[in-house]
Structure formats: C-alpha cells, structure tokens
Write a protein that binds this ligand. Structure first.
Ligand code: SF4
Length: 416
C-alpha cells in the first residue's frame, strides 16, 4: 500500500526489483538444507484451507473477485508453473492462456507505460504473472513495521494515481504471484527465531516484532488469486513474538475466515472520499473500508488505519475533519480501543506525473503542486517530489490537531 497503501512510502533501496539474484541463503541457525522448506516449511502451509485438497483457491468466485479479476492470460516461469502453488493457480483458471516466460521481471509486452489507461487496467484485471522469488531479504523499516518481509507478490490490480509500486516496471503492472511461498515462510520463520522476543516497546508495537507483508502488493487482492496471503497469516499465528501487518484498500470478506488469532494487523488506508474517488482507481470505497473494521476485529485481526496519502488541496483540512468525524461516528468502541494510525503525506514522482498527464490529468491537479513541493533525485535517477519541509510540517501538525479534535481515541503511531 506510498503515502498510500504500500505503506512505507517510496523507497530507493532494493526491494524485490531486478535482478532477482541467485537466491539468498543467509547464515544462521536455520540455514542449510531446511531452507527450501523441505523439513519445516511445508508443514506450516495451510491446514485450514481446502485449496491443497482441491487444487482450487476458494476465493476467486466471490463477487469481489469477479469485479477485480477476469484472468485470461498467465505468463509463467516454468519452475513457477510446475510448483504446487503454481499448479493450484493454473488449475483455478483453466480458460487462461499460459505463456511461458524466462523471467517474471522482464516481460516487455506487459510492463511499461505505453498505451492508455484502459489498456493498463485491462492488463491488470486479465493478466497474471507467476514467478519464483529468489531474493528473500528481510529489511529493517521502523515506520509501518519493524521489518519488511519478502513479498509474496508484486504488482496490483488496482490503479491508484500516486502508487509507487509500478516505479520499476511501469504503470501496466499486473500482479506477479510468487509461487515459492514455502521458502518465503521459511525465511520469515528463521528471521523471527533469530530476533527472539522484542525487548523494548516501540511505535510499531509494544511487544511483537511487526513484519510488513505487503510492501509492493495488496494482500487482500492477492487473496483472490491464491492462498499466499492465507499462508502468511496462518504462519504468524504460530510465532508468538511476531505479527504480520499489511495496508489495504480493498475489502475482501473472505479474509474473515482465516482465523488470524490477533497475529495479523490490517491497516485500512483511508482518505477523504472525494480524494479517493479521484485518486484511488478500482479500490473499495473508503466508507466500505471503515465499515469493515468491526468485522475484521471480530474475526481476530488487529485493525489499524493508514491515513494516507494526505493530499494538500483547497479544502483538505475540512475534508479530513469530516472523515475523522465519520470514523468517530461509526466505528465500534472495540475498534477504537485498539486502533492506531500512521499519517503519511503525499509523495509523488516526476515520471508518474508525466504518465498520469496522459490519462488522468485531473488527478495531477491535486497531486502535482510545484509551488508546495520540492524534488529529490532518487538512487535510481528519477525525481521524487514531496511537500516542502515547512508546508509539510504545518500539514502534519494540522492532521494531528484534527485527530485530537475528532478522533481522540486514535493513537498516531507516526506521521511524516
Ligand atoms: S495501486 Fe494497489 S498497491 Fe498501489 S497504492 Fe493502490 S492499492 Fe496500493
């Protein structure tokens, strides 16, 4: 979820971008042959889901799934297609054409920014990519989570105008599902074990190490396609010192059946509905995300909020005040008692601005405000843009004041 759904904001550092190197086998007590899941990874995979028995993910027939995805074409690395998870996904879409590819990362016909938005959205809803994630890095974060987990997917079927996820592949960035989920789970298990208990509380969590499992993807949408999200949620129920966390803009009711036992934090991203209608393309309406909070809490999730991105535009303070008041009016007491939030001001990008001008210039009226913004060249050479320091500090102060006034129960974990 940018100051958006991938929750940590644009990062210049390595994520799971190219190249997916030769594969990490870190040293440590769990390194060695068991690293591939042969000894302990597989026994952690879902025992509560029918997919393993039927080979058919259970989520894809919901109305939400049909609205979001109509898969017609699957580009698959041979190893990914032959894996158990790959076979499950292929079996779930028997009508789809399977196109073999050498690398999930280099599919020129799919990626890039050529073409209009209709084409991109069609690609996002009709195309999947199956690949194997080779670089299984757990990165320190300290904002949305203590650690960024190696993602089980990359890309998104939604199309928010400010999203940083496509920055490497281009806007037409359909979901790549990583099929070697057992290696991802095993890598996480090793990392959790190596950390031991958390010795000092921090803003991420007072007691548990928090792992963001959705940096470059939306786990709720991924759960429409495969059991990867379920596997991760299920794995964290067995690790009492750790907690999974992901931000989302999509309400997938099927997640309510996963029994996370308090070990997964869902962070519903919210912004004023007018901003969302302009900027959050293909997402669940903000009011729906807020309305779902009580159900998710009852189902065993921790429920936080991601107040992002905060977009400075005429009337933004009033719009945020109304949003926060709405949350205060409708959220159950139980949600309020455990809720916390992160506040992330908009960051943007020169290249993304140019892309958006070609298909959604109205969004740029809100996102591209040179008189308020400053640019900084990122490590990959592109220009990232954020609000000037003084304007940003003032706006962060305004959001804090509005929260104190309209939603005083909402602890702000951090704001930047
Ligand atoms: S396009 Fe997807 S990944 Fe990007 S911000 Fe929107 S919901 Fe999140």
């Amino acid at each position: 979820m940018p100051p958006s759904h991938p929750s940590t904001g644009p990062t210049d550092g390595p994520t799971d971008g190219p190249p997916d190197g030769p594969g990490e086998r870190p040293a440590g007590p769990f390194a060695g042959p068991s690293d591939d899941g042969a000894l302990f990874g597989l026994d952690e995979l879902p025992t509560q889901t029918p997919a393993g028995a039927t080979g058919k993910p259970r989520f894809r027939d919901s109305p939400e799934a049909r609205r979001m995805l109509a898969v017609r074409e699957i580009h698959a690395e041979p190893g990914a297609a032959a894996s158990p998870r790959g076979r499950q996904i292929l079996a779930a879409y028997p009508e789809a054409e399977v196109v073999p590819v050498d690398s999930h990362w280099r599919i020129p016909d799919l990626h890039g920014n050529k073409g209009n938005a209709e084409r991109w959205v069609r690609v996002k809803s009709t195309v999947l990519v199956l690949g194997e994630k080779k670089t299984l890095t757990v990165r320190p974060n300290g904002r949305s989570a203590d650690w960024i987990a190696p993602g089980a997917a990359n890309g998104c079927a939604m199309a928010c105008a400010y999203c940083y996820v496509p920055r490497r592949k281009g806007y037409a960035n359909p979901i790549t599902v990583f099929t070697n989920i057992e290696r991802i789970v095993s890598r996480l298990r090793r990392h959790v074990t190596e950390q031991g208990p958390k010795s000092e509380p921090n803003q991420c969590d007072p007691a548990a190490w928090v792992y963001d499992i959705g940096e470059n993807n939306d786990c709720s949408v991924d759960a429409l396609i495969s059991e990867n999200t379920a596997d991760l949620i299920h794995a964290f129920t067995r690790w009492p010192t750790a907690k999974a966390s992901f931000a989302t803009k999509f309400v997938n009711p099927d997640l309510l059946d996963l029994d996370p036992r308090g070990r997964t934090r869902v962070r519903f991203s919210v912004m004023p509905p007018d901003d969302s209608r302009l900027l959050d393309i293909r997402t669940s309406p903000v009011e729906r995300r807020i309305a779902a909070a009580g159900d998710f809490l009852e189902a065993g999730y921790e429920v936080h909020f991601n107040l992002s991105p905060v977009v400075i535009r005429p009337g933004w303070e009033q719009a945020w005040a109304e949003l926060l008041q709405h949350m205060d009016d409708v959220l159950p007491r139980a949600v309020k008692d455990q809720a916390a939030a992160e506040v992330i001001m908009l960051t943007h990008n020169r290249d993304l601005h140019d892309v958006n001008m070609a298909w959604h210039p109205r969004a740029e009226d809100a996102l591209w405000r040179p008189e308020l913004q400053q640019a900084k060249r990122s490590e990959n050479g592109s220009w990232n843009v954020r609000y000037r320091n003084a304007d940003k500090a003032e706006a962060v102060g305004t959001v804090r004041r509005l929260v104190a006034e309209h939603a005083p129960w909402l602890t702000i974990r951090y704001a930047f």
